[in-house]
Design a protein. Sequence first.
Lengths: 251, 228, 272
Amino acid sequence: MSDVALMTGLPEIARVRAASMTPMEASDVVLKLGGATVLDGVTFRLRPGGCTVIMGPNGAGKSLLLKLLHGLIRPTSGRVEWNGKPATEVTSRQSLVFQKPVLLRRSVMANLDFVLRARGADRSRREELLAHVGLEHKAEQPARLLSGGEAQRLAMARALATEPDVLLLDEPTASLDPASVLAIEKIMADARDRGVRTILVTHDPGQARRMADEVIFLHGGQVAEHAAASDFFSGPQCQVALDFMNGRIVV
Amino acid sequence: MALAVQLMLSGDGDLGEIVALSLRVSLTATALACLVGLPIGAVVAISRFRGRGAVLILMNALMGLPPVVVGLLVYLHLSRSGPLGFLGLLYTPTAMIIAQTILITPIIAALSRQVLEDLHAEYSEQFRSFCLTRRQTVSALLWDGRYSLLTVGLAGFGRAVAEVGAVIIVGGNIDHLTRVMTTAIALETSKGDLALALALGIVLLVIALGINAAVQGIRMTAVQQAHV
Amino acid sequence: MIGNSIGVMALTIAMTVSAAAQDKSIIVQSTTSTANSGLYDHLLPIFQDATGIQVNVVAVGTGQAIKNAENCDGDVLLVHAKPSEEQFVSEGFGSKRTDLMYNDFVVVGPESDPAGVGGMSDAQAALKQIAEQGALFASRGDDSGTHKKEISLWNAAGVDPSAASGDWYRETGSGMGATLNAGIGMGAYVMTDRATWISFENKQDYTIQVEGDEDLFNQYGVIPVSGDKCPSVNVEAAEAFADWLISGEGQDTIAAYKVSDQQLFFPNAPVN
């Protein structure tokens, strides 16, 4: 699978936008936390456009890898660079959606306003963003009283409010009901189709199939497999990925 | 007890004046202490620097500042023979406000530091993802912690309205000018009128209860909105 | 902290509209007995009606009152420790000292009278007896006028009570009222001025045990604070107040003040 193949089907403008941040390169990334080696020589390259799904068993270091890509933490050694710039310098051009959304103790609307104002964005986009995630009728409600699915939709709207070039998602639909999963996936797919480079950590093989253009499978702190979605799902090359996809317990 | 009820019901002008001055002095001191103490608490809460541990110890220790010592320090500054004597502030409500502000600012700072540090632990990763400036982080924490900080303010107010050591030195317990609840209680005690002193104490307690109930009411509303 | 406090002061100064800064008000640094006995509540309204001068009373022990006045934190000094007052004047802090009024000290004690001093009129002998019996005695211990007087009586009696401090001699380090409360609480003898005692409301089973000795004479004096030493002093109003107190009208007003039908203070200003 070539770069070109992955890029087809995207509007021209989207390709330009994504291209400004990509390619992304992780070279021999090692991350040690409290004596334990969580990531142990992770190397991969992300091309512009599309959705990369990161999979792997619990403790494989998926969430930490996402934070490294976002520039929230620094690797113990190795480099993470977006189009030649260290990840820590481009945090503001990305948005990260956490598994459990951290919502401010304010109304739904005020949560969006906060980000728009903090980043000097156009506040009039609030209504459009709320409508996009289907929360316009909840605008005045305290954000902390939203259901799990609604809260994650608000987190998605908030993440998109800054018009990021890259959208990082850390198991955004874990423990949500099917309808909410569907809603979140639609928002993710919309963003991806508009050219936002999307990187999704998920545990759910079904979601991976629906969303992925390519898959990175992490195991034991290393990249066990990095393949185009069609290749990966038709039959992973490495045994752990195969076991994982077949529902066997992988540790 | 009966005397306390009688005191309150009689609408005694002197009592009203004393209560009003107590509230004015202590509420103003609390507001000023919050103005200074909350930003300090917030900045320390989100900052990591060398010697932070020592700063925390100092902040916590200053919570135990004896009112008399504060009163004495303020007296020495405001006395006509002191560096700020030319202002003519000694034996005025302003002097009492200054003393109480100094007394409770460390309380506000230290307690708000604790509250905001907990809140920051929850928000910090998300805030770093948003690439917020320190100023934005501080103001967001102060706003989102507002209902918890009400309790902090209450702790400061409670300390201020209940202390006698500082206000009696810098206020002088002057009738109709600087006499507040606590200095009036001290005066009645020294006159041996223990019943009246106790009645005044009960009045003070009732006022404190009222203010606490009001704040609790506000907090309850906030809890319903999951804002605490 | 210091920077903090200065900031706060700057803030509050902006809001200051202080009553004490008004032209027609003075601060009297006073001993507690005159204030606690209610004398000022009786005197001041009459003086204020006559002159329009607002008198603010800070009631502390004589020692502290003198210290405060030396810091220029008062316009008039009204205390009862003649030697200290004369020193205050000779050091230039006060313009002139005038005898104002007197009453007397008494020694109060519990009904049981453990030292058996009840009815004695020789103060020195009574104190000596208290010391010999080791009966509890509560002292002000605060450098006040009453405390100074008490020390001079012990000296005259040839007893050094400080040796028994913490034993039978209990120094409270507090005002007259607080010392009475403490003394009554522990069953100790207490020396107090008569005015405070008469108006004191927590007497319980305490009565006057020793009184009537010339040595127990308690002279009050009034001193306007010197404008030369303390430019902030409102000299005109301070002198107006002192002059009024020693005038015929002021003296009559002092004499007219009674609690429980007993006169508390006896005016004795020299007649001009």
